[in-house]
Design a protein around this ligand. Structure first.
Ligand code: NOJ
Ligand code: CA
Length: 693
């Protein structure tokens, strides 16, 4: 007969250094007792974890484990060796962020195990129990006779206890630029969604039940669950494969070019698997669990890292006014044109001007799979980078460099040092990188281990040169901006520019979902601020259009967080609505505090943020395709002080489709006791600038 033994660990620290062969159950409550983590080993080596929220089972008993390709072993049954518990109460200051100070408060348990099926491999599990969820990771400690290994599969499972509502995008190895789908778990069909939504040539969806993370779920009882990962280092992206019969979500790692998942060496720690669980949607958006699971900054003196608001002639190329390449006579990045952008940026208080298409190679950049297209240091003859850098410096703005790799990543790595030195020689310390197309010559996927490592190598090298990074077509963020605060932003989702994609575009609900999904991992270069809604301004054949109101474009500067915020539209379009443009001039990009006032994924978000080191707040609301009334309260303001609120809202007759440019601007005196109802049009929004009187 099996001996049944229950072990209950609450707050104490203890170590049991002998193998346990009996049934064992360990329970850890979060500090506020809302989350309960249960760890069980059934005595036959089968380990399960379970998570309850407010007494309700959210993650049903779920297993963990690995299949290794080398050595060829399956790690699925374990003997428990020891347990170590602890409690952390901490806070840390951000270099930049949605908050100045982030609180990090959790209980932890280290659960040490040994493979029971013969290999003797040691594996440790680290769990953290936060008030808003659970994070855990594996560790392969240094050990004799197990040094190098190749992962075939990670078998971490997240078993749901129902057919929840899911906000998901298909499990594509190469792209996260999708519209979100909202369906029941059982109705997920990644192939159909991919076929419908993707219009670039790289379709690498491997299973109709495969989805990407961050995955947002809502139970019928109204509990919100977000599954993602934190600190993705030297490991592939985790996708989730749904088993529709029992609602299990099983880890699927993005493979490399020959089908392996990860090449590792002990000691190694996997990324954290994060499960955020909240009773309110607003609490989900306030969660800081993912960034907290990342290591502190490796940059000792971050004084050179600066959040920035920038613009550039980027949209000219997208809507057909100009082109990246020089050959067709419409070259956008010519000295005269860029000068006008520098003038505009300087006059309107922008920090930077992005210049795309400045360097030789664009004639060949897309779809040819050529390896040595760019050297990143040879400007086109009509682009005088030296005089422009000097001109920009005299006007108090900086040029922002663009390195499109066209997927030729080894080529970029070969040129990175010279490219970064070239930037610094021209007074440029921010670069937007791009990875359009297949990753050549290795044939790796954008989300595999090799590319994950590439993005980290870029961040590290850039830090050595004191250069700030913003990556497009990159792996989606996992909170690494805490560790590498010079890696300010990423695209890694469908951005505003997709409004110009033939037959696709963004649904009006997109910005009400992004903060709950993609943005949980970190900032996004969304390029808000379009003021022209039909995109046929320079090419009458275009039928593409922006599916928001103008007021919502303003709101997106606050809702879609980025410390590198690009105002997307052309100066001539901003000139059409100078009073509305004032909000873009004023809005901050770095914050002391963020307050989520009300929210529901897929429907609306209302929030307020305090500008860093300033007595100014910016509040905003966005809605989906439905009009609705929302209400701003101002409890976050200092009591007894009078403030002036400048409100940019939809006009009475505004509508994303029929009348997007109808807006009203009004000023009101408010205090911390005021309540302001605002009507949002279909596809609309509101933005508020609050200053002390
Ligand atoms: C795709 C990026 O998302 C876009 O911002 C950029 O302009 C083009 N690639 C060219 O690099
Ligand atoms: Ca909706």
């Amino acid at each position: 007969m099996r001996i049944i033994k229950y072990l209950v660990a609450f707050f104490s620290t203890f170590v049991l250094a002998f193998p346990v062969y009996s049934l064992e159950k360990i329970v850890i409550h979060s500090k506020n007792a809302s989350i309960q983590l249960v760890l069980q080993n059934d005595g036959e080596g089968n380990f399960h974890y379970t998570i309850n929220y407010m007494g309700e089972e959210i993650i049903a008993p779920s297993h963990i484990g690995f299949r290794l390709n080398k050595p060829a072993v399956s790690l699925q049954k374990f003997d428990r060796l020891s347990i170590d518990t602890s409690s952390t109460e901490d806070s840390w200051e951000t270099v930049w962020g949605e908050e100045k100070v982030v609180r990090n408060s959790y209980k932890a348990i280290k659960y040490s195990m040994r493979d029971r099926l013969g290999s003797g491999i040691l594996v440790n599990l680290y769990f953290r129990v936060y008030n808003d969820g659970v994070a855990f990771r594996y560790e392969f400690p240094e050990q004799q006779a197990f040094a190098h290994f190749i992962v075939g599969d990670e078998n971490t499972t997240f078993k749901m206890n129902g057919n929840h509502t899911a906000f998901w995008i298909p499990g594509d190895y190469d792209s996260n630029e999708y519209q979100y789908n909202k369906t029941r778990l059982e109705d997920i069909n990644a192939y159909t969604a991919s076929a419908k939504e993707q219009d670039i040539a790289l379709k690498t969806v491997y299973d109709s039940n495969a989805v990407q993370t961050p995955l947002l779920l809502k139970t019928d009882a109204g509990v919100y669950i977000n599954i993602h990962e934190a600190a993705l280092i030297n490991y592939p992206v985790m996708q989730l494969l749904l088993n529709k019969t029992d609602h299990s979500l099983i880890t699927h790692l993005v493979p490399d070019a020959v089908g392996n998942k990860a090449y590792l060496k002990t000691p190694f720690r996997t990324p954290w698997r994060t499960i955020i669980i909240t009773g309110k949607a607003t609490e989900m958006l306030s969660s800081r669990m993912i960034i907290n699971c990342n290591e502190p900054s490796v940059i000792k003196d971050p004084s050179w890292i600066k959040p920035q608001k920038f613009m550039g002639m980027w949209w000219e190329m997208h809507i057909g006014k100009a082109n990246w390449q020089k050959a067709d006579g419409k070259h956008g990045a010519n000295t005269e044109n860029v000068k006008t952008y520098i003038d505009f940026a300087s006059k309107n208080g922008f920090d930077g001007v992005l210049v795309e298409g400045w360097n030789e190679g664009w004639e060949d950049w897309f779809g040819n799979w050529k390896e040595n297209v760019f050297d990143f240091i040879t400007p086109y003859p009509d682009y005088d980078i030296k005089s422009l850098s000097e001109y920009a410096a005299a006007k108090g703005v900086k040029l922002i460099m663009h390195h499109e790799t066209s997927g030729s990543v080894t080529n970029y790595e070969r040129h990175m040092d010279t490219a970064f030195r070239y930037m610094l020689a021209h007074g440029i310390n921010t670069v937007k990188t791009g990875y359009v197309g297949r990753i050549i010559p290795r044939g790796e996927y954008h989300d595999g281990q090799w590319m994950v490592n590439h993005f980290q190598r870029v961040a590290e090298k850039a830090a050595r040169y004191k250069i700030m990074i913003e990556a497009h077509e990159s792996v989606r963020p996992t909170g690494l901006h805490r560790t590498y605060p010079n890696w300010l932003s990423n695209e890694a989702a469908r951005g505003n520019e997709f409004n110009n994609a033939p037959t696709l575009g963004l649904h009006p609900e997109h910005e009400t979902i992004l903060p709950f999904t993609r943005m949980m991992g970190g900032p996004m270069d969304y390029t808000p601020g379009f003021f022209r809604f039909r995109l046929n301004q320079y090419d009458s054949s275009r039928t593409t259009r922006v599916r928001t109101t103008l007021a919502k474009q303003l709101a997106n500067f606050v809702i879609i967080y980025s410390p590198l915020q690009m105002a997307g539209d052309l100066p001539e379009n901003y000139a059409l609505y100078p009073d509305a443009f004032q909000f873009i001039r004023d809005v901050a990009v770095d914050w002391d505090e963020t307050k989520i006032l009300s929210a529901e994924p897929g429907d609306y978000i209302v929030m307020a943020r305090k500008a860093r080191n300033k007595e100014e707040w910016f509040a905003a609301a966005v809605t989906d395709e439905n009009n609705r009334s929302v209400s701003f309260n101002f409890k976050f303001l200092e009591p007894g002080i009078r403030y002036e609120a400048t409100i940019y809202r939809d006009g009475e007759d505004a509508h994303w489709e029929t009348n997007p440019t109808s807006y009203r601007i009004e000023k009101k005196k408010i205090t911390s006791k005021s309540v302001l109802p605002v009507k949002l049009a279909k596809g609309g929004g509101a933005a508020i600038h609050i200053r002390r009187l």
